[in-house]
Design a protein around this ligand. Structure first.
Ligand SMILES: *Cc1c(COP(=O)(O)O)cnc(C)c1O
Length: 714
């Protein structure tokens, strides 16, 4: 009867269209596979061609078509059910995850980050930091914690990667048309774009903001591509990590100083400013300036800034911390210092420790730490390392007393569960699984063999592995530079649906040791040439455009994919982005991570696999040194500190990797009972699900930030 009503009533169609538009412009759909299905059904072609962008789909169907398609009862009822879930989510007062309302009406967190990875159709991220920021905002929305993201609108984003026939990385920067993606231009009261400005050196640089709706949270992304600007400033925010330090510092001034101004222009008054990594730390200078402008004495002003700010550091790699030479700081920020009525020397000191002032560098992490009431690393171990690393900033304080704590990173589970895993958990627990993401008791219960059988878990592995292999085969057909067979041959010969499938995807930085598995070619050949126990590995990852060592590593991996016996079993998949990541983390049986210790601050990609039934094989570094319990995955190498040479450690880690694979992991995968089930493997899957899903997720993480830092004052 509903159907008849809709067909007759123009207003009803208009109303559904309006609701569908609201849905398309809210990234809530990015963690709801049912909503994605609806958009995909309108146009599978455009869905694939636009990297799964509902706004592009919406622009491609007419009201007449919608009216006609609503005649399909099944489609109509699924559409209405998705719209209802979205709307009731938006109205809900309480947080998910079983928590009572976490909303504190008098609190508002402004979360600043140079990148946000929300969905593959919005290329505003390069890697782990951005994905973490996107997942943070999604969990804040689910938990109903008042949080606003602030970042940059990179029209050309981070590069798209292609591999040329010689095995070299090609970098493309396609331009995003903002009117064709789920973002909205922020307008002022008169309906014109809201424009703010900052002074950089001798120039005034203007910017506007794009609003991204992420469930109940929003992110504002700042963009200097406005007609008010000189030509060369219009492109300032075009590329993510694209330019040299001159571009970098100017982007960071827009983000930090500009970001605070943009919020003020919107009359948004955060109670907490969370700097996610040093890129955002200039925001402290703007807060300081605001205080001084009110004639508050310097000491009090600084204290007030400190009371508002918290800082998260993300890397123990010294080169990972932004440093700017003194003359660059002086050139870009002298007018700002003059305006604040402080000397440029005084401003410089904000980014320096006592011991390094002579060296004439300004370190963004130091600025962030000096102006924060609390700071944290992103795993227990990274917390310890950060306390040592920055102890100079706290003279007279023992390094174990340095006020840097830790909150271990996580992932947003419902974003990273595959469509199949989503159905799997729903089949066994209805929708309740989504309300218990934080609840170890729940996961202990639902991974019990009385609720999910071995057969069902094994079927889930097979379904997802096949999805991945078919995804790769379909790409390989059309890609000449692919490692392994191409063309029609690829459809039948590339990879296997039955073989133990390992994934290795991350940025190609030398310390990540992408080739550790191939460091002893004889052993590697033995592993890949065993017809009784076949294994295969899929690599993906970008090398930073200016990282020649990283590119060299990538080249070596590509070479490996052409060699016997690796051909067709060692695959390199181009353009690691959130879409490729989705396929990999759900399709792989094992996720491999073997960086040099202690350089992985946390790592998150290995956390994405547990909900999909994958197992982690990793160096005991970052999050894995906390999570590994001997039964929920595998460890490579030792946990204890080792003072041997890097080469010696590499050799020992490689030995350990070969050992675990040949003596433990591969046998567990191929030891089948009479029904073809690998009992020991499945037991490990259950252990991983119990111990990893409810802990290494952003619901737990954001709750921890709230309890420790957002909703308390020291
Ligand atoms: C999850 C993710 C990362 C972060 O992974 P690491 O564990 O830090 O290597 C990076 N890139 C993409 C596309 C991801 O999905």
């Amino acid at each position: 009867m509903k159907e008849m009503k809709i067909k007759k009533n123009h207003n009803d169609v208009q109303n559904i269209l309006k609701r569908l538009d609201d849905l398309a412009y809210n990234l809530w759909w990015s963690w709801n596979p049912r909503a994605q299905e609806i958009f995909k059904e309108f146009s599978p072609l455009i869905w694939e061609a636009t990297n799964h962008n509902p706004v592009a789909i919406r622009k491609q169907f007419s009201e007449t078509e919608l009216l006609a398609r609503l005649g399909d009862q099944d489609f109509l009822s699924r559409l209405l059910s998705v719209l209802d879930s979205f709307e009731s989510y938006m109205k809900k007062r309480d947080g998910d995850g079983g928590s009572k309302s976490s909303r504190k009406p008098d609190k508002l967190i402004a979360y600043f980050c140079a990148e946000f990875g929300i969905h593959e159709c919005l290329p505003f991220y390069s890697g782990g930091l951005g994905i973490l920021a996107g997942d943070h905002v999604k969990s804040a929305s689910d938990l109903n914690i008042p949080l606003i993201g602030v970042g940059l609108f990179y029209r050309q984003g981070y590069f798209q990667q292609r591999i040329d026939p010689n095995g070299n990385q090609q970098e493309n920067y396609p331009t995003t048309d903002p009117t064709n993606v789920p973002v909205e231009l922020v307008l002022d009261q008169t309906g014109k774009p809201l424009i703010c400005s900052v002074t950089i050196g001798n120039s005034v640089v203007h910017f506007q903001g794009w609003k991204v709706n992420v469930g109940r949270s929003v992110i504002y992304l700042l963009d200097t591509d406005v007609p008010e600007n000189d030509e060369h400033f219009r492109g300032l925010t075009a590329l993510a990590y694209g330019g040299d330090i001159n571009t970098r510092i100017r982007q960071e001034i827009i983000l930090g100083i500009g970001g605070v101004r943009f919020l003020r222009a919107l009359k948004i008054e955060p109670t907490v400013f969370h700097m996610n990594e040093g890129h955002a730390a200039f925001l402290t200078l703007e807060l300081y300036r605001e205080q001084l402008a009110k004639n508050i004495p310097k000491n009090k002003a600084k204290l007030s800034v400190r009371n508002q700010c918290i800082f998260t550091t993300h890397t123990p790699v010294p080169a990972g911390h932004d440093r700017f030479p003194a003359d660059l700081i002086e050139f870009t920020l002298k007018p700002f210092a003059d305006w604040m009525k402080i000397s440029i020397k005084e401003l410089m000191r904000c980014g320096q420790t006592v011991n390094m002032e002579e060296r004439g560098e300004f370190v963004m992490t130091i600025l962030g730490l000096k102006f924060s009431r609390v700071a944290n690393g992103v795993s227990e171990k990274h917390g310890q390392i950060s306390r040592l690393m920055w102890s100079d900033l706290y003279p007279g304080v023992k390094s174990n007393k340095v006020p840097i704590g830790h909150v271990t990173n996580g992932i947003h589970i419902t974003s990273w569960a595959s469509g199949r895993a989503w159905e799997f958990w729903e089949r066994h627990n209805s929708h309740r699984w989504k309300d218990h993401l934080n609840d170890p008791k729940f996961w202990k219960h639902v991974t019990n063999s009385k609720i999910v059988s071995d057969n069902e878990l094994w079927a889930l592995r097979y379904e997802q592995r096949r999805d991945l292999v078919e995804f790769i085969r379909s790409l390989a057909r059309n890609q000449k530079a692919f490692g392994g067979p191409t063309g029609e041959e690829a459809l039948y010969r590339l990879l296997s649906f039955d073989a133990l499938t390992i994934g290795f995807a991350r940025r190609f930085a030398p310390y990540k040791r992408a080739l550790l598995l191939f460091s002893d070619l004889v052993k590697a050949q033995e592993l890949f040439d065993d017809p009784q126990r076949p294994i295969q590995i899929i690599f993906a990852g970008k090398a930073h455009p200016r990282d020649n060592d990283g590119k060299e590593f990538l080249h070596q991996v590509i070479d490996m994919t052409h060699k016997h016996p690796f051909f067709g079993k060692v695959i390199f998949l181009e353009n690691y982005d959130m879409n490729v990541a989705h396929h990999l983390i759900s399709g792989c049986d094992v996720w491999l991570n073997n960086p040099r210790r202690p350089l992985e601050a946390s790592g998150t990609s290995g956390q994405k696999i547990a909900i999909n039934g994958g197992l982690h094989l990793s160096i005991l570094d970052g999050w894995w040194s906390e999570a590994y319990n001997g039964k929920n995955g595998w460890a490579i190498g030792e946990k204890v500190k080792d003072n041997s040479s890097p080469e010696e450690i590499d050799r020992r880690d490689a030995d350990s990797l070969y050992n675990v694979l040949s003596n433990d992991l591969i046998p567990a995968f191929y030891q089948r009972d009479k029904n073809g089930i690998p009992k020991k493997w499945i037991e490990r899957m259950r252990n991983a699900m119990r111990t990893i899903i409810p802990v290494y997720n952003t619901h737990r993480m954001v709750t921890e930030y709230s309890k420790k830092y957002y909703f308390t004052k020291k």
